[in-house]
Design a protein around this ligand. Structure first.
Ligand code: PMP
Ligand code: GLU
Length: 396
């Protein structure tokens, strides 16, 4: 029987992060002892004070549809958070709460892009950006960066990528998958270029802002002079509060963009889950230092995994300053045959690790960089140690 799906879905790639997580789950169900270092998901539990707020919301009978853009108390908590953590002053009509930052990104693409509009994506970029852009009719324009410059795009590279069709720049800092952070000065340099092109808008995805090992304050593009009116700041609770399954993300944006996101959300999903929203009010009103214990642990793991990877011949790393990923260059292995398997690219290498070391990682190709793989260290130190031992053994 023919399966006449739309071209839209036929042309869309499957999320490589979720596909790898599903594959790992499948192999585990078959009895294989897979160590999952593929998914960007904190391995901590949601803090008790947040769970308590959800239980209270259930008992207080929060059952109904919420306002499409979120409860007013939640939008106020988002405003408080933006002021407290980022010194950004948003007002209620500039905030939209969604079912995860992923939906926030989708909304922005849908309301901002027309067919053929170009979106600059510094590589490596988060796996879903290019398909979210493409499904909205946009054209991703990849800007290659190098491990030697911590995978960051320079002002000159940005300038060279701009064409009359450029509509937006999308990036994450701290970056998934490289863990790189843009400093305020580096953002200013990019903004200097953007100011010559007043029709270009920016998506600044700051979902990893609290997972920052530098001790320096997080830098927001909307906080750079002249950028507030042109920037959509994306954030959410999945990473900082270990709430991936609760599905709450949000934006701070110019009113007209927020209004449009509210409009599309009203037709597509309505407001986000009511219980999760009540819990997030409590999460965001707390000082971010309540999750410092997670950040300290992630930092220890980062140091440990970097040291171990650097002891394996063929792994080239830089030092990620945030998020919970390392993005080593493994192109040394291309063209080599190990255990009878020829490795020609990062996808082959990631599959080799899955099959021969029983360690799940994600190919860099999914992030626009075919020389690297992404390893998530959102796993226990024992699991990471064992994974490294297995990788060494498989490659020996
Ligand atoms: N942006 C980045 C950079 C991410 O890594 C993720 C992954 N969770 C998201 C957005 C989406 O997050 P959420 O769980 O809030 O949809
Ligand atoms: N953002 C996480 C990751 O990159 C979760 C998976 C996803 O949403 O794609 O692994």
């Amino acid at each position: 029987m023919s399966q006449p799906l739309s071209n839209r879905i036929k042309n869309m790639a499957t999320s490589a992060t979720l596909a790898m997580a599903a594959k790992a789950r499948e192999l585990r169900a078959e009895g294989k002892d897979i160590i999952g270092l593929s998914l960007g998901e904190p391995d901590f539990n949601t803090p008790d004070f947040i769970k308590g707020a959800a239980i209270q919301a259930i008992n207080e009978d929060y059952n109904s549809y919420t306002p499409v853009d979120g409860y007013v108390e939640l939008k106020e908590a988002v405003i408080t958070k933006f002021k407290r953590d980022n010194n950004l002053t948003y007002t209620l009509p500039q905030i939209v709460v969604s079912t995860g930052a992923k939906q926030s990104l989708y909304n922005v693409a849908q309301v901002m892009l027309n067919d053929g509009d170009e979106v600059i994506l510094p590589c490596p970029y988060w796996v879903s950006y290019s398909d979210i852009v493409k499904v909205a009719g946009g054209v991703p324009v990849e800007v290659k960066t190098a491990i030697t410059t911590d995978f960051k795009m320079t002002a000159d590279q940005l300038e060279a990528a701009i064409t009359p069709k450029t509509k937006m720049l999308w990036f994450s800092s701290p970056c998934n998958p490289s863990g790189s952070l843009y400093s305020h000065e580096e953002l200013e340099a990019l903004a200097t270029v953007l100011k010559k092109h007043p029709n270009i808008y920016v998506v600044s995805d700051e979902i990893y802002e609290h997972i920052n090992y530098t001790g320096k304050p997080h830098a927001s593009m909307a906080g750079v002079d002249g950028m507030f009116e042109r920037t959509v700041t994306i954030n959410g609770v999945s990473k900082a509060f270990a709430m991936t399954g609760w599905r709450i993300g949000y934006i701070g944006a110019p009113d007209w963009i927020a209004r449009a996101c509210n409009k599309i959300q009203g037709q597509i999903t309505s407001g986000a889950n009511c219980i999760a929203q009540r819990a997030v009010i409590t999460a965001l009103n707390a000082d971010a230092s309540v999750v410092d214990y997670m950040i300290d642990e992630f930092k220890e793991r980062r140091d440990m995994i970097l040291e171990s990877l650097n002891s394996i011949e063929g792994f080239k790393t830089n030092t990620p300053e945030g998020a919970f990923y390392v993005f080593p260059d493994i192109s040394y292995f291309f063209g080599k045959t190990v255990k009878g398997k020829t490795i020609n690219n990062a996808t082959d290498f990631s599959l080799f690790l899955l099959e021969e070391a029983l360690v799940a990682t994600v190919t860099g190709e999914a992030f626009g960089n075919p020389d690297c793989i992404r390893i998530s260290y959102a796993a226990s130190q024992e699991q990471i140690k064992e994974a490294i031992r297995r990788i060494k053994e498989a490659l020996a």
